[in-house]
Ligand binder design. Structure first.
Ligand code: SAM
Length: 295
């Protein structure tokens, strides 16, 4: 386990993932019934943006820093990014009164900040150092339970949630081969236990072919389970000409909020333009169809 998210916190991939995650949570909050969120690969919580790790990559400068500047620190929201207001509010909260961007809230911090009295977050992180930091960060928060399982085991053992409502975020590091297959198996296991849950699966896009195969496999698993909608959200920061580069990233949202496509119709393409790193930056949003011949 060499991957440390501290090097990447606040990069373009985090911006897409976290903006969409917050939209999904806001939708869950529209009903009064409590819900549970399971974050299978949680990281440490909140990341400082002025450390040796973040400085060595500078990735946040091409991610959250651009969105922050475009929205003037979350205050200018009559922009195409109006739908991201709840996400930007959480970024503002993490940075306090000065509104200087020095902290970036990762998924457990964003989720914890949005929970209501009866809601719960299970934040799971396997790396011992990162798990210790996560446990310390949330030691006094009775809405957050920190665990140290393998993330895919967590999908099996923590579902279904007692509340029967909720979201599962699967955000692995992609440092070992076979991650697409493990995610596909995890979704199959998850849907067998909790069919109505919203699942958010993150993936990197280098070469597009394995991504297309993964999307087909997920569409088939979801179709087999009787799920109606799987939304694919692919953000390319440049055209994927070189499969050695991180050319983009995507999210598959299984059982998405019915408002998500409308929320992203303007913000998604604007995000691609804002975060571009080379020619051919685009945002592609589509509902996945079950592959022909499957089932
Ligand atoms: N979800 C976090 C966020 O959005 O702020 C970032 C997570 S980062 C991409 C992936 C995390 O998974 C790393 O912190 C890594 O230590 C952890 N990890 C690696 N292998 C794992 C496993 N088998 N089970 C659970 N966590 C794992």
């Amino acid at each position: 386990m060499n991957y440390r998210h501290a090097y990447h916190a606040g990069n373009f991939a985090d911006v897409l993932k976290h903006a969409v995650l917050v939209l999904c949570l806001e939708h869950l909050k529209k009903k009064p019934a409590s819900f549970r969120v399971i974050d299978t690969h949680a990281g440490v919580g909140t990341y400082r943006l002025d450390t040796r790790e973040t400085a060595s990559t500078g990735e946040w400068q091409d991610g959250i820093a651009r969105l922050w500047q475009a929205t003037q620190g979350g205050t200018k929201l009559n922009t195409p990014f109006a739908a991201f207001a709840p996400y930007l509010s959480e970024i503002a909260r993490a940075n306090g009164a000065t509104q200087q961007l020095t902290q970036y809230p990762g998924s457990p911090s964003l989720i914890a900040g949005l929970l209501r009295a009866g809601d719960l977050l299970v934040a799971n992180e396997l790396h011992p150092d990162d798990n210790a930091r996560l446990a310390t960060a949330f030691a006094k928060d009775r809405h957050v339970k920190v665990m140290a399982m393998d993330g895919y085991t967590a999908v099996k053992s923590l579902l279904p949630p007692a509340e029967k409502r909720g979201l599962v975020l699967i955000d692995p590091p992609f440092e070992q081969p076979g991650e697409f297959q493990r995610m596909t198996d995890a979704l199959r296991n998850g849907l067998a236990r909790f069919k109505g849950g919203t699942y958010v699966l993150w993936y990197p896009i280098k070469d597009v072919k394995p991504v297309q195969r993964f999307q087909r496999a997920i569409a088939e698993v979801a179709g087999d389970a009787g799920v109606e909608t799987v939304l694919a959200l692919d953000l390319f920061v440049r055209a994927p000409r070189h499969p050695d580069f991180l050319n983009g990233c995507g999210l598959l949202v299984i059982n998405p909020p019915h408002t998500l496509q409308t929320d992203l119709a303007r913000a998604g393409p604007a995000l691609a333009t804002l975060l571009e790193q080379g020619p051919g930056a685009t945002f592609d949003m589509r509902a996945l169809e079950r592959p022909r011949g499957a089932g």
